[in-house]
Design a protein around this ligand. Structure first.
Ligand code: HEC
Length: 145
């Protein structure tokens, strides 16, 4: 009887350890994925001294690589709706939606890219859609609301 208990106990112990081991390997995998997704978040943390260049860089980052961290009903935003070489211009356009001014001039077709590729979700005026998609016109946009 004693021996049976020892065997049963060891069996349970081994099961728990293997489960933990399996889980730690598994969660390592998923944390690698989320680190990748968190790139814009890391940038956002750095920016909020409201340095224009960094805010524009953050918007550009979202345009190119997407964003998935605010829990909007609209879900996540994928990157790559517009060509990479246009991302900076459109980032400047978005930056100016909140009433700020981009110091560098940018191509005026940025507004066309915005209306064709972004306005479907963020609205033609950038004001979003009632909690479905974020408002891009707020002074304090960009993940740090
Ligand atoms: C399919 C709908 C959709 C399209 C198209 C889309 N977005 Fe988004 N966008 C979203 C959603 C949803 C979020 C919030 C994602 C999240 O939870 O992180 C978002 C987030 C953002 C943010 C971050 C807002 C913040 O407060 O930090 C910016 C900037 C942005 N989008 C700009 C753009 C631009 C510029 C385009 C066009 C190139 C565009 N989006 C196209 C749905 C969209």
């Amino acid at each position: 009887m004693r021996r049976f208990e020892v065997i049963a106990f060891s069996f349970i112990l081994i099961s728990i350890i293997s489960y933990g081991l399996y889980n730690s390997i598994f969660s390592k995998k998923s944390s690698l994925v989320s680190v990748k997704e968190e790139t814009p978040t890391k940038r956002a943390k750095k920016i909020y001294k409201n340095i224009e260049k960094d805010v524009v860089a953050y918007i550009e980052d979202v345009i190119n690589y997407g964003s998935n961290r605010f829990n909007f009903k609209g879900g996540e935003m994928e990157g790559g709706y517009i060509p990479k070489d246009k991302a900076k211009d459109v980032a400047c356009f978005v930056y100016e939606l909140s009433g700020k001014k981009c110091s560098k001039p940018y191509a005026k077709d940025a507004s066309l890219y915005f209306s064709s590729s972004c306005a479907g979700c963020h609205g033609s005026n950038g004001k979003g859609l009632n909690g479905l998609y974020p408002d891009l016109t707020k002074q304090k946009l960009l993940g740090v609301n």
